[in-house]
Ligand binder design. Sequence first.
Ligand SMILES: [Zn+2]
Length: 174
Amino acid sequence: MVKFLVDLNDPVIKGYLSRLVGDEGFKVVLNMPEGEVTDEQIAQATGVLLNIVRRTLFILYENHLASYRRVRDTDSGWLTYLWKLDLNNLDRQLEMESKKLLKNLKTKLEFEEGKVLYACKKKCVRLGFETAAELEFICPECAEDLEFEDNEKLTKNLKQRIVDLEEVTSGASG
Ligand SMILES: [Zn+2]
């Protein structure tokens, strides 16, 4: 198993990678053999299906977390891809990810804060009071009743997540 500078047991890092490549893909990252290896060697070493290994490598490559070298076999002429994990960019990726998430949360909070919302029972729509009243509290998608939705808890939650995240991101850059 490769030794990384990053801690793969860290919940933030683990969460990020699992979202990126899935649980099986994370197994690949975790048990990736050391040095340059082929996808078949990785599948063998990790016990993960070859097509999932390939998909994982491709996603990691796209996110600058893995690299490959092409080698031509002098006898057969076949091209072999030798893969290597490179998690040095992970910190930067995580920081970018956090900033993106922070922006999304702020946009969401802006929408939620101080609003009286009505939501469809089947969760098709969430509308402000005026729009809901115009529709006579009937869902425009499925004709179910629209019900008052107390979003205070959600708003509070969003605020807390923003505070937490701001702490992390400013801590990372400073
Ligand atoms: Zn509906």
